[in-house]
Design a protein around this ligand. Structure first.
Ligand SMILES: [Zn+2]
Length: 84
């Protein structure tokens, strides 16, 4: 029996259900590869045996997450650079 699985976008919480493929059977209609078409998966290594996986439904959601992970550079820093 094939089991239902799902991925959730880490940014907008959009959910995509899929069925795991099996080598012995033809791929189901909602196979992972077609259900998650266009999705992006990020793996972040966090130490020994520690890998964090994040799913994103689009580049836009990935971008927003990346932006939220980066410390923002104050505008005054750029102004100081352009004065030179
Ligand atoms: Zn999303």
């Amino acid at each position: 029996m094939s089991k239902k699985n799902f991925a959730i976008c880490y940014n907008c919480l959009k959910k995509a259900e899929y069925t795991d493929c099996c080598d012995k059977e033809p791929p189901p209609k909602d196979a992972r590869c077609s259900a998650l078409l266009g999705w992006l998966a990020v793996s972040q290594w966090q130490g020994v045996h520690a890998v964090e996986h994040y799913d994103f439904c689009s580049f836009g959601c990935l971008q927003k997450w990346v932006n939220s992970q980066m410390p923002s550079v104050p505008n005054i820093f750029f102004q100081a650079l352009s004065d030179e």
